[in-house]
Design a protein around this ligand. Structure first.
Ligand code: KG4
Ligand code: ZN
Length: 352
């Protein structure tokens, strides 16, 4: 069975993996850069791409070592080439081209989001179709429907912020820590989700779309009060130090409840609209226990099987790239040497 080396560098994770036969993961190595971006409370693209140049080759070597194979055993190199931060993508694409060319083996260009949709089948059974997938991360919030592994239809997506980004901003506002998602989830444990009424987004004329910008502003006002004064003279009446610890926890819990409810409402309506047999998830926000539990309830309400992969395959990783790359190789969808790193590439319009 073809052995694929997968490479992923679209954001702030440098990752490499060896996958056999599209689903069997022999190794999956991820070097996060949280330490580098923490003091900026967000990913700094220049720092991310520089770190990839330092970390990617050691990560590839580690993936080969863990899988107990050498480069000579590899049948193809798959790389996430779009979408993502352009400087970061370029490092992975350049490394993949150099390796594939020097080894004389095929190069496969993989769409990062389509790879997320493939992740539930890693080390597991193939996904039964039709499926609905929710991808929720720091950069993406969207639902896709699939009838086959290599095709996906966008059902709806956020019109402004990604939900993970909203969690990160909420954590900055409440000084909860970085990355924001886990920090808000932890802070919310001590809070009451009904204490503060925050909006659960619903878009007119766009049933399956999401929006988190309004929620972010509502949280800001609930925390620091409605601004007084106008224009450049406007001021918030409170600072975070005026907010009691229990109120801070209530704000985190209420934010989490509103954000997760918006996601689950969208999923529920999409499943009602067009029944599916599998409900899948991917992206870092799927680490959230409330989201996982509520998606589980949603799947059973609709008679579907919940297919959320273990966290190591939910977050950005190269096993999903190698796995989908294996499928693409099998049907001859290899890339030419001029494969481009592309910052924006809507799913369904892949070029390679
Ligand atoms: O998929 P991911 O690791 O990286 C990309 O964004 O590409 O997702 C990271 C995002 C961050 O915004 C982080 O705050 C969020 O996922 N996240 C969570 C949780 N864990 C991570 N959001 C909510 N609850 C969590 N437990
Ligand atoms: Zn991702």
């Amino acid at each position: 069975m073809p052995l694929i080396l997968g490479i992923e560098s679209s954001c702030d994770e440098s990752a490499a993996a060896i996958v056999d036969d599209s689903r069997s993961v022999l190794s999956s190595v991820v070097a996060t850069q949280h330490d580098l971006h923490e003091r900026f409370a967000g990913v700094v693209p220049e720092i991310a791409s520089r770190a990839h140049t330092e970390r990617l080759m050691p990560v590839i070597e580690e993936a080969l070592r863990e899988a107990d194979v050498t480069l000579k055993d590899i049948d193809a190199v798959a790389v996430g080439h779009a979408p993502g931060l352009i400087g970061s993508l370029l490092v992975g694409v350049s490394a993949a081209k150099a390796l594939a060319w020097s080894l004389g083996i095929p190069l496969v260009g993989v769409h990062h989001l389509l790879a997320h949709l493939h992740a539930p089948s890693l080390d597991n059974a193939p996904i039964d179709f039709p499926s609905l997938s929710l991808i929720a991360s720091g950069g993406h919030t969207a639902m896709y429907r699939q009838d086959a592994t290599m095709e996906a239809t966008l059902i709806g997506s956020t019109i402004d912020d990604a939900v993970g980004e909203a969690f990160d901003k909420a954590a900055t506002l409440l000084e909860a820590g970085y990355p924001g998602g886990p920090a808000i989830e932890k802070l919310a444990e001590a809070g009451d989700e009904k204490a503060v009424a925050l909006p659960i987004s619903r878009l007119r004329g766009n049933r399956f779309g999401f929006s988190f910008a309004g929620l972010k502003t509502a949280l800001l006002y609930a925390t620091r009060g409605n601004p007084v004064g106008r224009g450049r003279d406007s001021r918030f009446p409170r600072t975070l130090s005026d907010v009691t610890p229990s109120r801070r926890a209530d704000l985190a819990a209420s934010f989490q409840h509103a954000a997760i409810s918006a996601l689950v409402r969208g999923v529920d309506e999409a499943m009602q609209d067009a029944p599916v047999v599998s409900l899948c998830g991917g992206g870092g926000v799927l680490a959230n226990t409330m989201l996982r539990d509520r998606l589980g309830e949603c799947a059973s309400r609709h008679g579907a099987t919940l297919r959320i992969p273990p966290m190591r395959y939910c977050i950005d990783n190269a096993a999903m790239i190698a796995g989908l790359g294996g499928h693409m190789l099998a049907v001859g969808r290899t890339a030419s040497w001029d494969l481009q790193a592309t910052a924006k590439l809507p799913l369904g319009m892949q070029t390679s």
